[in-house]
Design a protein around this ligand. Structure first.
Ligand code: NAP
Length: 333
């Protein structure tokens, strides 16, 4: 294939200290010298992409940068025997779209070790409907399982930031696995949507944001928290004896105004989840679980496909908490 093949990309540059995103035509010669050339079918929009594209978070430090922390597509060329032309692959994390050129382009050249073969049951559009957000939700569910939180527990599992990307997939996965799910949302207009994904109970964000005592009434067998701050502190104070809380996000803040009481008097476990550097084995397991446990119809219900040109506008919207579910980005539209 010629190095002069042209393709479309969203490129970030710095102008007067501001991050500027523009749709640009690049050639293969512009791509970094990595091992595997991928034709990108789809990327997606995550909270971190919002921070990167708007420049509101210190996510990107080298410019020009092609953002997009996720991509799914087909291998065009490979310098290693690990992948062959025609292989279907998915990539999330590994600082792609932050330190390395990412998925907001029709083509990407990446390290072979960053790629995961796409499970047979998933096409590239549904893989990006899952994306980093859905993959993280699966890691959170696996962490709850490993901590012994069972679907038949007497109390529900709480999901915070429920109508966001991580939250929507967590609600759907937990409900599908037989857990009773309570959803925290700041947008009551999303209750019907969340009920369709499988949520049974609803708590307002405002309620969860109230300052709490070190221990409150025990309401949750487990928690998936995407919000942090006072919401996470209350979730800890309300978790059942021996229960587990998985913290994966900071949509409401990076602080944690809590005490040790839930840990030392109720044996509550606080578990962290990171999707970016998740090692290959749990990564493949999580993708296999997603292909098995997340019904395609439920995933489709929470997904919208948008063209690359819409990303700068939607990047602002996701930071403002205005996006519902998952946005799949089509670089070929
Ligand atoms: N650890 C990891 O590897 C990892 C991976 C992916 C994402 N994350 C983090 O997880 C979080 C969610 O990511 P996402 O892609 O799902 O983002 P998202 O789609 O924007 O979802 C976040 C949700 O949180 C709620 N929310 C927003 N602002 C809030 C506030 N000020 N207080 C309380 N709730 C608020 C909203 O849900 P409602 O309107 O329903 O309340 C919003 O939809 C982000 O902080 C992201 O950085 C971490």
């Amino acid at each position: 294939m010629s190095d002069s093949t042209t393709f479309k990309a969203l490129v970030l540059n710095q102008r007067d200290g501001q991050t500027v995103a523009s749709l640009t035509t690049l050639t293969d010669a512009d791509l970094p010298p990595e091992e595997v050339l991928v034709a990108v079918d789809y990327s997606s929009l995550n909270y971190k992409d919002g921070l990167a594209v708007t420049g509101k978070g210190k996510i990107v430090r080298q410019f020009p940068m092609v953002p997009g922390v996720d991509l799914a597509g087909t291998v065009l060329e490979s310098a290693t025997s690990a992948y062959q032309p025609g292989d279907r692959v998915v990539l999330t994390g590994w600082s792609v779209g932050e330190r390395y050129w990412g998925g907001y382009a029709q083509r990407a050249r990446v390290k072979a070790e960053w790629l995961t073969p796409l499970p047979d049951k998933l096409d590239s559009r549904r893989a990006m409907a899952i994306g980093t957000a859905g993959f993280t939700a699966m890691l959170c569910v696996m962490a709850l399982e490993q901590a012994g939180v069972k679907p038949d527990a007497a109390k529900p599992v709480l999901v915070t930031g429920a109508s966001g990307g991580v939250g929507s997939v967590a609600v759907a996965l937990l409900a599908q696995l037989g857990y009773r799910v309570a959803a925290v949302t700041g947008r009551p207009e999303n209750e019907t949507y969340l009920r369709e994904l499988g949520a049974a109970d609803f708590i307002t964000r405002e309620t969860m944001n109230q300052p709490c005592r070190p221990l409150e009434a025990q309401r949750w067998s487990g928690v998936v928290d995407t919000v942090g701050g006072r919401v996470l502190a209350r979730a800890l104070a309300e978790t059942d004896y021996g229960g587990a809380v998985v913290a994966c996000g900071l949509a409401g803040g990076a602080d944690l105004p809590t005490t040790v009481m839930p840990f030392i008097l109720r044996g509550v476990k606080l578990l962290g989840v990171d999707s970016v550097l998740c090692p290959p084995e749990p990564r493949r397991l999580a993708w296999a679980r997603l292909a098995r446990d997340l019904p395609a119809a439920v995933l489709d219900r929470m997904t919208q496909v948008v063209p690359l040109a819409e990303v700068p506008r939607l990047a602002e919207a996701i930071l403002a908490g205005q996006i519902r579910g998952r946005m799949v980005v089509d670089p070929n539209a």
